[in-house]
Design a protein around this ligand. Sequence first.
Ligand code: ADP
Ligand code: ADP
Ligand code: MG
Length: 436
Amino acid sequence: MFSKILIANRGEIAVRIIRACREMGISTVAVYSGADEEALHASMADQSICIGGNAASKSYLNQNNIISAALATGAQAIHPGYGFLAENADFAELCKAHNIVFIGPTANVISKLGDKEQARQIMNKAGVPIVPGSGIAATPKEAAEAAAKIGYPLLVKARAGGGGRGIRLVQDASQLEKAFVSATEEAKGAFGDGSVYLEKYLTQVKHVEIQLLADEKGNVVSLGERECSIQRGNQKLLEESPSPAMTSQLREAMTEAAVKAAKAAKYTSVGTVEFLLDGNGNFYFMEMNTRLQVEHPVTENVTGIDIVKWQIRIADGVVLDFAQKDIEIEGASIECRINALGCGEVQFLHLPGGPGVRFDTALYQGYDVPPYYDSLLGKLIVQGKTREEAIRKMTAALSELVIDGVPNNIEEQIATVGDPVFRSGNYYTNFKPTFF
Ligand code: ADP
Ligand code: ADP
Ligand code: MG
């Protein structure tokens, strides 16, 4: 097993990975930006190295500085977490060129699946249902021709998109050109690639995703689904497992499709296949995320499997020691993302506890939340015997949680878990506004 891993990330996920390494007896190297000198991940790791200025482009996205830090400290592997370089094929390649293991799939797989249009083609060929749509539309005229076939409403989507960016909703033909131009511009700025394609806009659908583990021997195991339909502006806010819409037949069908998808892509490591599910049990491939997901803890709760530890083992060539038949989904788990709505210093922090309550965070009292990065302050995750118990636990835990000094969304999460539509389980991605 690796003896030293560098974590190329910050915040709660860096802390989560450091904890997994510590349990596994692996020493850790944290990297941090100028603004993160006082950050928890930097003080928790066995070693920590400043890799550049406040802006992510100068630090957490600075590939050469991260590689230098790994070489200088003798780290054998790099865990990219999520966001930043986690889905960057060039970085995975650069690690390889320096004999450092990138903890994730191969560069080739990342680039194939990171191209959402190419991923659609791969899935279509493999017999996985995809949302009706087009190939790359190079001009507004090409887009208009494709749109006439698909029908409205539709989405213009960036091939390189992620994190809810590069997507535009188009209600009718009169809005198409403007949406085409603005999605292209946003994608160019955010991802350096302005290519877009079209997808039919499905309404009254749920976002349901399947968590996979795939080792280098070709074994692929599904850890069940997560329901992520509570979103705003296409960004997830609350996730749960199992999905209230799931039946054992549907789970079997979605698992089969997800495993087929992973095999078609020759996938290794942890990964997630995202689907849209309609009220009739029809589901459609949306994209595959080639990394650890923010909401992985709900799956850890209901399966008892530590996804981060397995991700590290798989990267080191370890073969899965369980098969699909060994996976059982027990109880119900819910995660609420606690987001900052502004900056500030944490004046007082009180974290809820008790059986089945977990709070993944990098906050501490006196910590000054910097304005440069992700707004995620922490993830409150609960586990109950039933969904009802999980909801009661979440309600209690949210009302106990105190983060004074940083404007946050705790109140909104309390309202969401108390909402009769959420409680009924019959909620869709339009629960909150999707497009503004
Ligand atoms: P998840 O699918 O794990 O729920 P999110 O969509 O919330 O993940 O994204 C997790 C983090 O990664 C967010 O900070 C988001 O901005 C960032 N992110 C996601 N995809 C990309 C991408 N392709 N490029 C850059 N950042 C991304
Ligand atoms: P990202 O790479 O930014 O995560 P996705 O393609 O996964 O982008 O889409 C983000 C969200 O937008 C989904 O979780 C879903 O709620 C919504 N969405 C995406 N595609 C469609 C579609 N074809 N119809 C309806 N909603 C969609
Ligand atoms: Mg997505």
